[in-house]
Ligand binder design. Structure first.
Ligand code: FE2
Length: 156
């Protein structure tokens, strides 16, 4: 049965808040990853990669805000500490001293990890009747999967 944010059961709400905060944490780390690479990428493809990495972090900055604000809309606490995001994120931080190819690979892997976390949370939201959260998460999943394709297309 379709539920509103206010009518979600306490158990579903608590689990969903955990899953949404997980997605936010991984998006936050991926945002910083893209900005790190935007600053430090080198080589003949500097121009387009500098631009692409900016497109990624600008999207993710908005995306993490949308998911965190959904946490608030369903009555949860949105984790806002960087240390907590890094600690729980399945996307690891990366050193900026690496080749453009390695940057693309790491950022693509990050997109796939975030997409999988979003997909899992979306499925749970759907089961719990929270169609609004499901739709938000599927929309974000599509964006991360599109960036994964764009990034992978740079690698022969
Ligand atoms: Fe910049």
């Amino acid at each position: 049965m379709v539920q509103s944010a206010q009518s979600l059961s306490t158990d579903v709400k608590a689990e969903l808040v955990e899953m949404l905060n997980q997605a936010v944490a991984e998006t936050v780390v991926t945002t910083m990853l893209a900005q790190n690479f935007h600053w430090n990428v080198k080589g003949m493809a500097f121009g387009p990669l500098h631009e692409l990495f900016q497109e990624v972090y600008e999207d993710h900055f908005t995306g993490q805000d949308e998911v965190a604000e959904r946490v608030k809309a369903i009555g949860g606490h949105a984790e806002g500490r960087l240390s907590e995001h890094v600690a729980r994120s399945k996307v690891p931080e990366q050193d900026g001293h690496q080749s453009a190819e390695q940057m693309i690979k790491h950022l693509s892997d990050a997109q796939k990890t975030v997409a999988a976390t979003l997909a899992g949370a979306a499925a749970y939201a759907d089961e719990g009747g929270d169609v609004a959260t499901h739709d938000l998460l599927i929309g974000r999943q599509l964006v991360h999967e599109k960036f994964a394709w764009i990034l992978d297309s740079h690698l022969a």
